[in-house]
Ligand binder design. Structure first.
Ligand SMILES: Cc1ncc(COP(=O)(O)O)c(C=O)c1O
Length: 390
């Protein structure tokens, strides 16, 4: 008797098709053919983790006590370092024992947090475009993601007044991401205040993804917890990945009101067993040396941003300058969808970008370029794009 073929669970079947698959296939084919591909497709820093952090890991990895299971709630030393960082950087007063939870990267927390908040049939308000995890984590739970369009005319902030009353009533969670991937949009404290007020009014929880908070160029990005009383309704997710070129290390943290942090901890206690303790101590070193380690990283991306954006503008492209993140959100020339434009840039200029459509339906008029190659390569990308005369 033959074994019946494996059938995926319905929750996976419900996920939207993987829109980057076609571009991925073409990129791999171009590389296999030996073409000189400039990859602006992935949001992964190209520079190495700063030496003091690497040395810290090398030191702590020698400690046999760290070879055992880590504490679920994270090392107290790291939680205290996070509290000190949040006080110095944002003026926050956080209890390291109840309002801080280290994460295996912010993605892990963002994926798990809805399990602590949503019941089947609840609505979660998610930006469109967005980091795809917000939608998929809600879908997995039988909740219903409701798209809040992010458009340039509104500074890539959702129009809260455009959300119908019936949706507010069913909503339990609102996800924000500022500074924003993929649009580069930013938020200020008055905007966060409006979201907190609305959430309080309608009994929602706010998840603010601050993965790019330290990658700002003009003015420091705020924390939603700077809004007085925000801890009652908001949890903010931070990441060391982009801040310190540490994407592979998998370390981030959640901060917010104790009951919500405890609920997230309860989900995590049932799904993972903490972060390798040596990595937690290296993360502590990173946060303690934030003032020395992050300015050169910011300066690097600012130089790249300025070179790339002004290069595209010289070609006549109307590209806004992102105030934060290492993404440039490029409006497609007239007549192009995001997938058409990405395909042309790859096929004819060997430049990989990401189609806006992959981040949400409202973003089909944009492609995203990540500033994760050196400036001369960015300028070469501009030159190649120029030759297409789009
Ligand atoms: C908006 C956003 N949030 C979260 C993450 C995940 O970061 P981490 O490496 O901390 O899991 C990313 C990674 O690209 C991101 O773009």
């Amino acid at each position: 008797m033959s074994t019946p073929p494996f059938v995926k669970a319905e929750r996976l079947q419900k996920l939207p098709p993987y829109l980057f698959a076609e571009i991925d296939k073409k990129k791999k084919a171009a590389l296999a053919a030996g073409r000189d591909v400039i990859n602006l497709g992935v949001g992964d820093p190209d520079r190495p983790t700063p030496a003091p952090i690497v040395r810290s890991l090398q030191h702590h990895v020698e400690n046999p006590a760290f070879h055992q299971y880590a504490l679920d709630q994270g090392a107290p030393e790291l939680r205290r370092a996070i509290a000190a960082f949040c006080r110095a950087r944002y003026g926050l007063d956080l209890d390291p024992d109840s309002e801080i939870l280290p994460l295996i990267g912010s993605k892990e927390g963002l994926a798990h947090f809805p399990m602590a908040v949503l019941n089947p049939g609840d609505v979660s308000l998610v930006p469109d475009p967005c980091y795809p995890v917000y939608r998929s984590s809600s879908t997995f739970l039988g909740a219903e993601p409701y798209a809040m369009p992010l458009v340039p005319e509104l500074g890539f902030r959702p129009d809260l007044d455009a959300i119908p009353a019936a949706v507010w009533q069913r909503a339990r969670l609102i996800v924000l991401n500022y500074p924003n991937n993929p649009t580069g949009g930013t938020a200020d404290v008055p905007f966060f205040q409006r979201v907190v007020d609305r959430s309080r009014e309608h009994g929602l929880v706010v998840a603010q993804d601050a993965a790019y908070n330290e990658m700002y160029f003009e003015r420091p990005a705020p924390s939603i917890l700077q809004v007085p009383g925000a801890k009652d309704v908001a949890v903010e997710f931070h990441s060391l990945s982009k801040t310190f070129n540490m994407t592979g290390w998998r370390v981030g943290f959640a901060i917010g009101g104790a009951p919500m942090i405890a609920a997230l901890g309860q989900v995590k206690a049932n799904t993972d067993s903490g972060i390798f303790t040596a990595i937690q101590f290296a993360a502590k070193t990173a946060l303690e040396q934030y003032d020395a380690l992050t300015p050169p990283i910011r300066a690097l991306y600012k130089d790249r941003r300025d070179a790339f954006v002004s290069g595209l503008r010289r070609l006549g492209w109307d590209v806004p300058t992102p105030e934060a993140t290492f993404y440039v959100w490029i409006p497609c020339p007239q007549g192009y969808s995001s997938t058409d434009l990405c395909a042309r840039l790859l096929d004819e200029a060997d430049v990989v970008t990401t189609p806006g459509l992959g981040f949400g339906k409202t973003a089909d008029g944009f492609v995203r370029a990540a500033l994760t190659v050196e400036t001369p390569r960015l300028l070469e990308a501009v030159e190649r794009i120029g030759k297409l005369a789009l």
